[in-house]
Design a binder for this molecule. Structure first.
Ligand code: ATP
Ligand code: LTN
Length: 331
C-alpha cells in the first residue's frame, strides 16, 4: 500500500545548509525513499522570493543536489530535480492563486517573519504568494505526504485547503496532502539563541553548524554555544532550552536516547559534554563531507541526474496540470 503513496519535499538554495536541514529533512527523506514514491526538489523559484545573487543561486542549486546525493538519496529510487526546470509549477501556482484568499497568505507565520524585516514598499508580491507555489509543487504530484520541519506545517495545511477547495468547485483533481513531521529533530534551535530556529539566513554564523564547516569550526561553535543557568545536563525544554537543544543534537548524532546521555553526564559539567558533542559531530559530518566533495569534482554527473529527474517529474506533473486546466475551463 505504502509503496504506491507519494512524498514530495524540497529545500531552497538560499544559503548554506546546516545540521537542521540534515536532521529535519534529508536524513528522514533517505529513510522514507524505501517506502514511498519519492520526489525531492531544489526549489529555486522559492529562493528568489527574497533577493539572491544570480551566480550564487546557480552554484547553490547544484550544491543542494550534491547534498541530497551525499546524504543518501538514491536517484534510482527517487526523483531529484530543479523546480525551475519544470514550468508546470509556476503554471499551476497561477491557477491556485486565483482561489487563494489574500487574508490567509497575510496570516502565514513565515510571511509575517520575513516581511517584518522589510519596508512595506519593498515586500515582493512573490513573498506573499510563496505558499501557493508550494501548494502547486505538492499538488502536481498527487502527493500523499510532505516530510517537512515543524515550521512548514502551515504551508502544507494551505495546500490541503486549496486541494479541497479546487476539488469541490471543479471536480476531484488533486489528492489532499498531509504533513509528515518527525517527532524528534524537526526543530533544531540556534546555538546562540535557543528560542530561534537554526536558520541559514541568520547573519551570525556561530548560530548554526554548517554541513561543510571545518572540524575546528564545528568544535568551536559548540564550545561557545549558549547554555542555561545551573550545571546539570538535563532535558527541560522550558527551564533549560539551550541544553535541551544540545541534548537533542547529541542524540541525533550519536543515536543515543536522551535519558542515556543524561545518565552519562550526570556528574559532569557543560565543558566535557560540549567537548564530546563537538567530537561526535565532527566524526559524523566528515563522511558526509567526503561524499559531497567527491560529487563536487564531477558536476556533469550531477547535472545529468537532474536532467533525468525533471523528465520523470514532468511525466507526472503534466497529467495533473492538463486535468486542472481542462476542469477550470481553459480552451
Ligand atoms: P531559512 O533560510 O529561512 O531558515 P529554511 O532553511 O527553513 O529557510 P528550507 O531551506 O527550504 O528553508 O528548509 C528545508 C527543510 O529543512 C524544511 O523542511 C525545513 O523545515 C527544514 N529545516 C530548516 N531548518 C531547520 C531546523 N532548524 N530544524 C529542523 N528542520 C529544519
Ligand atoms: N517552503 C519550504 C520549501 C518548499 C517545500 C515545497 C517543502 C518549497 N516547496 C514543497 C515541501 C514541499 C521551506 O522553506 N522549507
Amino acid at each position: 500500500m505504502k509503496s504506491q503513496q507519494t512524498i514530495f519535499s524540497g529545500i531552497q538554495p538560499s544559503g548554506d545548509l546546516h545540521i537542521g536541514h540534515y536532521f529535519g529533512a534529508m536524513k528522514n527523506w533517505v529513510a522514507l525513499q524505501n517506502q514511498y514514491r519519492s520526489i525531492f526538489c531544489i526549489v529555486d523559484e522559492h529562493a528568489i522570493t527574497v533577493p539572491q545573487d544570480p551566480e550564487k543561486l546557480r552554484e547553490r542549486t547544484l550544491d543542494i543536489a550534491m547534498w541530497y546525493l551525499a546524504a543518501g538519496i538514491d536517484p534510482k529510487r527517487s526523483i531529484i530535480f530543479v523546480q525551475s526546470h519544470n514550468s508546470d509549477h509556476t503554471e499551476l501556482s497561477w491557477i491556485l492563486n486565483t482561489i487563494t484568499p489574500f487574508g490567509e497568505l497575510e496570516r502565514m507565520t513565515q510571511f509575517k517573519d520575513k516581511s517584518s524585516k522589510m519596508k512595506k514598499a519593498g515586500i515582493p508580491a512573490g513573498l506573499l504568494n510563496y505558499p501557493t507555489l508550494m501548494a502547486a509543487d505538492i499538488l502536481l504530484y498527487q502527493t500523499d505526504a510532505v516530510p517537512v520541519g515543524e515550521d512548514q506545517k502551515q504551508h502544507v495545511e494551505l495546500a490541503r485547503t486549496l486541494a479541497r477547495k479546487f476539488n469541490s468547485r471543479f471536480g476531484v483533481t488533486f489528492k489532499e496532502p498531509k504533513e509528515l513531521i518527525q517527532k524528534f529533530g524537526s526543530r533544531i534551535m540556534s546555538l546562540q539563541d535557543p528560542t530561534k530556529k537554526m536558520s541559514k539566513s541568520d547573519e551570525n554564523k556561530n548560530s548554526y553548524i554548517g554541513l561543510l564547516d571545518a572540524p575546528d569550526d564545528i568544535r568551536g561553535k559548540i564550545k561557545i554555544a549558549v547554555t542555561d543557568s545551573g550545571k546539570e545536563i538535563i532535558f527541560n525544554q522550558e527551564k533549560k532550552p539551550a541544553i535541551a537543544n544540545l541534548l537533542t543534537i547529541f542524540s541525533l548524532f550519536s543515536g543515543l536516547q536522551i535519558k542515556d546521555i543524561e545518565k552519562k553526564y550526570k556528574r559532569k559539567g557543560y565543558g566535557e559534554f560540549k567537548k564530546d558533542l563537538g567530537n561526535i559531530a565532527v566524526a559524523h559530518l566528515e563522511p558526509l563531507q567526503q561524499k559531497y566533495r567527491a560529487l563536487k569534482k564531477n558536476p556533469e554527473q550531477v547535472k545529468e541526474i537532474l536532467r533525468e529527474g525533471v523528465k520523470s517529474a514532468k511525466q507526472i506533473s503534466s497529467k495533473t496540470l492538463a486535468d486542472a486546466k481542462q476542469k477550470i475551463g481553459f480552451l
